[in-house]
Design a protein around this ligand. Structure first.
Ligand code: UDP
Length: 392
């Protein structure tokens, strides 16, 4: 819990504080109250304007700040190019070096780049499509490198992940071509959510995913002890290396739509930020977001207590149990946060916001270029792949 709290034993113990325990709400006493946090957060919150991607532009300023004085020099790019794929924008066309660690991820990022490239100034940039960012502030490297997820210790410049578009990772049995096509998934999940009113959702905390980070263990352990409160189980990892050393069977995957039937959905970091955050917010369920270290470009506009409930990465199984019980007893508050989380993603994380972010990022980036980018022999021009699409 963000607020460390203690659990006061109810006088008349109902068996294990199960949901079916009559009037259990009256008998529980919490030594913490989340209402003040919510009130303060709401008071401090300024909603984003309708202007496309305006909610996220502060990231761009912050990520490019390191180059404000020096600009981006050819020497920097020469040092950075080993950390990703070098792209060039020349006369409104996009060119790239043939090497890419994950070609399908590069192709999916190119979908956005090709959308915005016309009219952009000439530039070159290094795109990292590995999960892990490349420029730790203690590494002595200057960058620039574009990465999809960073912490405050990284100097990488954030870009919208490849998974916003179509056929690239993570691949699951459920989604063999990747979880992408955000434009379609948005509408799908929103339709699922509208068929599932809050009262129809199970008052259970839910999580499905691989053991890509041990921060997930507390919840899975709690699920083993309190299956009526939590259903959190590990699935096989996409790279098939996942083990469950918690003596738990790996279970089949659950589609995002299946998550929407539960009131409380947990989001944990994986290797870096997990793609599930934006999806589960669209369920109109309450998202419990664990840790605040790993960011994606849109996290900056999502506010704790306004759009989700923040949970410490160090929360124990007992902490999580208390929190879920508290939320059960404060059902209206939980529903309101869930609705605001949904509203935010639905209104401010459209496909055109993602495109807008790319455009703004590259426009600001190009202003820092101190030299003229030139075509090099091995580079080839990227061409659009035509697919039916929706821009909302
Ligand atoms: N996922 C899913 N259903 C599952 C397991 C995973 O939809 O049963 C999604 C999950 O939400 C995430 C992606 O698949 O977006 C990869 O999940 P995993 O836990 O393997 O890795 P993460 O990226 O979260 O570390």
């Amino acid at each position: 819990l963000m607020l460390r709290s203690t659990w006061a034993e109810p006088e008349n113990k109902c068996s294990n504080l199960q949901p079916q325990c009559p009037d259990s709400g009256d008998r529980l006493k919490f030594n913490f109250d989340l209402v003040p946090n919510i009130l303060v957060a709401l008071q401090d919150y300024t909603p984003c304007s309708e202007t496309q991607c305006i909610c996220y532009v502060l990231n761009i300023r912050r990520d490019l700040e390191s180059y404000a004085v020096t600009g981006i020099t050819q020497k920097m790019i020469n040092q950075s190019r080993r950390f990703g794929t070098l792209y060039k924008v020349l006369n409104g066309r996009l060119y790239r070096h043939p090497d890419c660690t994950y070609p399908s991820r590069c192709a999916n990022v190119e979908h956005f780049l090709l959308d915005v490239v016309t009219g952009l100034p000439n530039m070159e940039f290094v795109l990292n499509v590995c999960d892990w960012p490349q420029v730790h502030f203690l590494s002595g490297l200057s960058g620039p490198v574009l990465s999809y997820s960073i912490t405050s210790q990284h100097l990488d410049i954030m870009y919208p992940a490849w998974s916003f578009w179509s056929e690239s990772g993570p691949t699951l049995q459920l989604y063999p071509l990747g979880i992408g096509r955000w434009d379609l998934m948005r509408h799908h999940l929103s339709a699922v959510a509208s068929r599932l009113p809050w009262k129809s959702k199970k008052p259970i905390a839910f999580f499905r995913g691989s053991r890509s980070s041990k921060e997930r263990d507390s919840l899975v352990l709690l699920s083993q002890r309190k299956p009526d409160l939590v259903d959190a189980q590990y699935t096989r990892h996409t790279s098939d290396k996942s083990t469950s050393s918690l003596d738990a069977e790996l279970v089949p995957e659950m589609p995002f739509s299946g998550h929407c039937g539960f009131k409380y959905l947990f989001n944990f970091r994986g290797v870096t930020a997990s793609f599930r955050f934006r999806h589960i917010l669209l369920c109109k369920s309450l998202v419990l977001h664990v840790g605040e270290e790993w960011q994606e470009f849109f996290y900056i506009a999502l506010k704790p207590w306004v759009h989700y409930v923040p949970v410490s990465s160090n929360a124990t199984a007992e902490d999580l149990e208390e929190l879920i019980l508290y939320l059960r007893l404060n059902d209206e508050l939980a529903e309101q946060i869930a609705q605001r989380g949904y509203d935010f993603i639905w209104n401010h994380l459209k496909m055109r916001d993602v495109e807008c972010y790319w455009r703004q990022l590259l426009l600001e980036y190009a202003k820092l270029m101190t030299y003229d980018a030139q075509l090099e022999p091995e580079f080839y021009e990227c061409c659009p792949i035509f697919l039916a699409r929706s821009t909302v």
